[in-house]
Design a protein around this ligand. Structure first.
Ligand code: PLP
Length: 355
């Protein structure tokens, strides 16, 4: 008699919540589609694919484009079907069941999800009340518990705060564990604090990046792991052979043909984010809806409020979606008219809640 393992029997697939809101500021996507001239270029390149042939297992052209854009060695880059796939591959292969993985909560839920799925022991170190990270406490917890892997996002989703590179470096150099630094949002931190230039000299470091946020390619599913040659060799060995289909490789390769567009676009999003933050703080001075609007190194702004549930519900009634974290709301930056409508809606809601 076949019996599902307990850890599998309790699982349910995530319920896809179709989002029909007029203004969608909940998923940290880029608010702009690719420009027409890039879409035309992509169509031409996709038209030249030999669809009967298997893909390049190592996504060489794509990794070369990524490496050039970010100034890293292409030999240190592995492409994944979204960084999500890379998180899953690393979790499943770099730790044995029962080994310990440290997360710094609250953080991106996928680390813990894949950790538990792969029967890893999760050590959760909470952030400070203001969402900053006490790195000394993380290092102590890692050492005391003998953790084998540490995984966190920097800048952080969902808190919007960043950890300075010097602090991340201190962590990497203070532990024996493998450290996964998920830099999905690093493009939005104006003073670059990326650890990608540290991988050659630190054999316990993997940096994750993605095309889903600043580069505006969430639909296509492209992520990257950057690590030293040993870790890269292992990642290439354990990943599914043809994890990146040729269509995705082609689109990603085309994207990196336009480095100037990518840089200018990122800069625009940063400016919109700063403007959104400014408007939210201005609103808050008048209406007092939030306890605090946090600093942001990401493409979203976090506002702390114990009224998060009611605010999100009232935004939904106006066909605006944001991400509800119950003690705070996470607002992805949108186009300027979307941000203005959001702030106007929040001003109305502030009046309704007070009344
Ligand atoms: C959005 C996001 C990613 C990107 O995931 P993809 O699978 O590459 O789309 C990775 N990490 C964090 C923390 C994110 O918020």
């Amino acid at each position: 008699m076949y019996k599902l393992k307990d850890r599998l029997a309790k699982l349910n697939p995530p319920v896809p919540a179709p989002n029909h809101c007029r203004i969608r500021l909940d998923a940290n996507e880029s608010y702009k589609n690719l420009p027409d001239y890039m879409i035309e270029d992509i169509q031409r390149m996709v038209g030249e694919i030999e669809f009967n042939r298997y893909p390049d297992p190592f996504s060489s052209e794509l990794c070369k484009g990524f490496a050039e854009y970010y100034g890293v060695d292409p030999e240190c880059v592995v492409a994944g079907n979204g960084s999500d796939e890379l998180i899953s591959i690393i979790n499943a292969n770099f730790l044995d069941p029962g080994e310990k993985m440290l997360v710094i909560t609250p953080d991106f839920a996928m680390y813990q999800f894949y950790g538990e799925l792969n029967e890893k022991d999760i050590i959760a170190v909470p952030k400070n009340d203001d969402f900053t990270v006490d790195m000394s406490r993380v290092i102590d917890a890692a050492r005391e518990n003998g953790v084998d892997m540490i995984c966190f996002s920097n800048p952080c989703n969902p808190t919007s705060l960043g950890i300075e590179k010097s602090e991340v470096l201190r962590l990497v150099e203070s532990v024996d564990a493998l450290v996964i630094v998920d830099e999905a949002y690093m493009d939005f931190w104006s003073e670059d604090q990326s650890m990608m230039d540290q991988v050659q000299t630190h054999n316990n470091l993997i940096v994750l990046r993605t095309c889903s946020k600043a580069l505006g390619l969430a639909a296509v599913r492209i992520g990257f792991a950057v690590a030293d040659r040993d870790l890269t060799r292992v990642l290439k060995s354990v990943k599914p052979a043809f994890n990146m289909n040729t269509v995705a490789q082609t689109i990603g390769t085309a994207l990196f043909h336009y480095p100037n567009h990518l840089r200018i676009n990122t800069e625009e999003i940063i400016q919109e984010r700063d403007e959104l933050k400014r408007m939210l703080m201005e609103l808050n001075e008048k209406a007092g809806l939030f306890e605090e609007v946090l600093d942001s190194k990401n493409n979203f702004v976090v506002a702390r409020t114990l009224k998060a549930d009611v605010i999100c519900e009232k935004l939904r009634e106006r066909s605006i979606s944001v991400s509800n974290h119950h003690t705070f709301i996470r607002i992805t930056v949108g186009r300027d008219w979307e941000n203005r409508e959001l702030v106007e809606a929040l001003a109305e809601i502030a009046g309704e809640i007070k009344a």
